[in-house]
Design a protein around this ligand. Structure first.
Ligand code: ADP
Ligand code: PHD
Length: 472
């Protein structure tokens, strides 16, 4: 079997975690072709990517020594693991490599401080460094455990556009490059250890795929290498019926369809990056989510069929603003919706939910909180005439709000789901500000105030998901 598997930041967050990774990879590499994708280390006291980004921003704010405090900590974090898991010979080669990467970061930060400006392109050089260091460390740890492994920067494999900070892969270039570079290694029974999160433009300038993008890297490589399965090793027993940090009794969902997983990821179940399912769907490659710290647990299988249960999971997207546009003259005002969303598009905002009262007197929609002010400005310009004529009387913002989504393909055609959702929320004293149901009927989304978010998720979860197995 050809397996492409990714280990997230927590799964590589300590020497103990990385030892587990070497055991898991070693176990599968005996009988299978294995490609490993790794994120940057997320140690409990040092989250590498966050730290790198904060240092870059401090440099841009004029702090020429912004990296001076973090480079020794990052070196120490990685070398402590190396001291436990890497042979002295390997360590002697690894340490100068890590030092050179950190020195490069210090030089870069001094230039940024002089310029007083941090472009998205420069930020990508910083933020991807954790993956570069970690791929080398983990490849060295694997070799030290007797597994033939080679660290590879995904800048060699994943060709992207130049939307720095949120780049997209370009095909067929990525497919050609990854196959040319990785298939010979697999044929030689060597395990490639590839950096998640990063890519490079056709001209070779490093990019990143967006925060949490290592999942996406793994999916892209899984599709391009025609993997038999793609696995994501996490700190949880698969995809659960809610975020276990909010609902401790949440249970593992043994099987989901691609559509359900896509919907859950989009609506904030950040167990998987929202773009991850995309490359794997049309090749119908099965996905498994498994627990690095509990590897005997079967986790979740995601494939084309799923198992068609009704309500599967409750998710939440935080940090949003709800924008409302209303007034007596909105009734029957031709083309007003197109104009409103034209203005939103000009503001470059991403709309996560839309709801219109059937009286047509108001429209409301949710956007990320940091995009709301720009949207309101654009709307005021666009609807200037209607304001003057009192057709539109208010353009308002309610913030911070969250979208709580109830996801499950079996909801289609099942009566009474909405009633139970609202019953549970009413009993918990949660005020629902707006609602929307996708026409696929795969989800019902509700907007509630951020202060009510966790209470709302727990209430709806309690109404549908039993702790001793199946959903109702
Ligand atoms: N429905 C859900 N099922 C499982 N995990 C969830 C869900 N919603 C949110 N999460 C969170 O997603 C995280 C996924 O695991 P993690 O190991 O952090 O992933 P990675 O490091 O690969 O990004 C968990 O910490 C968990 O709290
Ligand atoms: N390290 C990157 C990419 C990533 O996907 O990380 P993780 O697998 O730990 O979510 C980030 O923090 O955004």
């Amino acid at each position: 079997m050809r397996l492409v598997m990714k280990f997230g930041g927590t799964s590589v967050g300590s020497a103990d975690a990385i030892r587990r990774v070497t055991e898991i990879v070693g176990g599968y590499a005996r009988d299978h072709e294995v490609v490993v994708v790794v994120s940057a280390m997320n140690a409990p006291d040092l989250r590498t990517t966050d730290t790198l980004i904060a240092a870059a921003k401090a440099a841009a704010a004029g702090d020429g020594n912004a990296t001076a405090q973090v480079t020794p900590r990052l070196l120490d974090l990685h070398m402590r693991v190396a001291n436990e898991l890497v042979t002295p010979e390997e360590r002697a080669a690894l340490e100068p490599e890590i030092r050179a990467m950190l020195d490069y970061m210090s030089d870069l930060s001094r230039s940024i401080a002089v310029l007083g400006e941090l472009t998205p392109r420069a930020l990508d050089l910083f933020s991807g460094l954790g993956e570069r260091i970690n791929a080398r460390l983990i490849a060295a740890a694997l070799r030290s455990a007797g597994i033939d492994a080679e660290a590879i920067d995904a800048t060699e494999l994943i060709v992207t556009d130049d939307r720095y900070g949120n780049a997209s892969p370009i095909e067929p270039d990525t497919r050609e490059r990854s196959r040319a570079r990785l298939l010979p290694l697999l044929a030689a029974k060597r395990v490639p250890v590839v950096t998640g999160f990063i890519g490079a433009t056709r001209a070779g300038v490093p990019t990143t795929l967006g925060r949490g993008g290592s999942d996406y890297t793994c999916a892209i490589l899984g599709a391009d290498l025609d993997a038999d399965e793609v696995w994501f090793w996490k700190e949880v027993d698969g995809v659960l019926s809610a975020n276990p940090k909010v609902v401790p009794e949440a249970r593992t969902l043994p099987r989901l369809s691609y559509a359900e997983m896509g919907e859950m990821a989009y609506y904030g179940a950040n167990v998987l990056h929202p773009k991850t399912v995309q490359p794997l769907v049309h090749r119908r490659i099965p996905i498994r989510i498994r627990n690095t710290f509990n590897p005997s647990h079967p986790g979740t299988l995601i494939d084309a069929e799923g198992d068609g249960e009704s309500v599967r999971a409750i998710t939440a997207i935080k940090g949003l603003s709800l924008i409302t546009v209303g007034g007596p003259g909105m009734l029957g005002l031709t083309g007003v919706a197109a104009r409103i969303f034209g203005a939103v598009a000009r503001a470059g905002a991403n709309v996560l939910l839309i709801s219109q009262a059937s009286s047509e007197q108001s429209v409301c929609f949710a956007v990320p909180g940091d995009e709301a002010a720009k949207v309101v400005n654009e709307l005021r310009c666009e609807l200037d005439r209607e304001f003057a004529a009192h057709d539109v009387e208010h353009i308002g913002t309610i913030a911070p709000v969250v979208i709580v989504a109830v996801v499950g393909s079996g909801m289609r055609g099942t009566p009474g789901i909405a009633g139970r959702v609202f019953g549970a929320l009413g009993a918990a004293g949660v005020n629902v500000i707006a609602i929307a149901q996708g026409s696929t009927e795969n989800n019902i989304s509700l907007v509630v105030s951020e202060a009510d978010a966790d209470k709302a998720v727990r209430a709806v979860h309690g109404a549908f998901v039993t702790t001793n197995g199946g959903n109702e």
